[in-house]
Design a protein around this ligand. Structure first.
Ligand code: COA
Length: 172
């Protein structure tokens, strides 16, 4: 099974869009094309002409890049494809002089393991109520941060959405 990780090209947009809608955010096909076409920050994994993974993002600042989505078709999970896409993606960013890659994730142990395994460390805890950011605190210890989250959710009168920002320095 040969996996090719490439920057998306014309013949793969429709298949990549399907994966993105299934596992990540839903947007119209025209919005998807407007966001991705002509930009080098949308990578895909291809096995025998079949798109099995997507990985994309956008700049947060001149030095920091934000990974907005990464997904692999579920029948290919656990075979290293997600990690290989990250390596490819990071190379693209390094060649453009970005110093750090960041990603936001919900509280989910498998995802935390995926990013830790790939060299990311927890940086911040973010709490939102709808669109509004309620708090953003630095994380020194993930276990402690999770305790903080469960206390917060236990006492909260309103629906809060909690996410963690993980980051990886691209230049050692
Ligand atoms: C997260 C995701 C991209 C990982 O892709 P992958 O190709 O399975 O990742 P890899 O094979 O490179 O790494 C596997 C590691 O990731 C972790 N992992 C995360 N989700 C996993 C899953 N559903 N199944 C197996 N391992 C998973 C494990 O730590 C695993 O390591 P292990 O095999 O030593 O236990 C994939 O599970 C996915 O598409 N999930 C749905 C979309 C999603 O949640 N994206 C992240 C948004 S922040």
């Amino acid at each position: 099974m040969t996996i090719n990780i490439i920057v998306i090209s014309d013949n793969f947009y429709k298949d990549a869009y399907k994966i993105q809608c299934e596992y990540l955010n839903n947007e119209t096909y025209s919005d998807f094309l407007a966001r991705t076409q002509g930009k080098n920050f949308y990578c895909i994994s291809v096995i025998e002409n079949l798109v099995v993974g997507v990985c994309y993002g956008s700049p947060k600042s001149s030095k920091t890049f934000c990974l907005e989505g990464i997904a692999v078709s579920d029948r290919f999970w656990g075979r290293g494809i997600g990690s290989k896409m990250l390596v490819f993606f990071e190379k693209q960013l390094k060649s453009r002089n970005y110093k750090q890659l960041q990603v936001g994730l919900p509280q989910n142990e498998q995802l935390e393991n995926f990013y830790t395994k790939n060299g990311f460390i927890p940086l911040e805890l973010v709490v939102r109520e709808g669109e509004a950011e309620v708090t953003r605190t630095s994380i020194k210890n993930l276990k402690e941060a999770k305790k903080q989250v469960s206390e917060l959710l236990k006492n909260a009168k309103q629906d809060l959405e909690v996410s963690f920002i993980f980051g990886k320095n691209l230049i050692p």
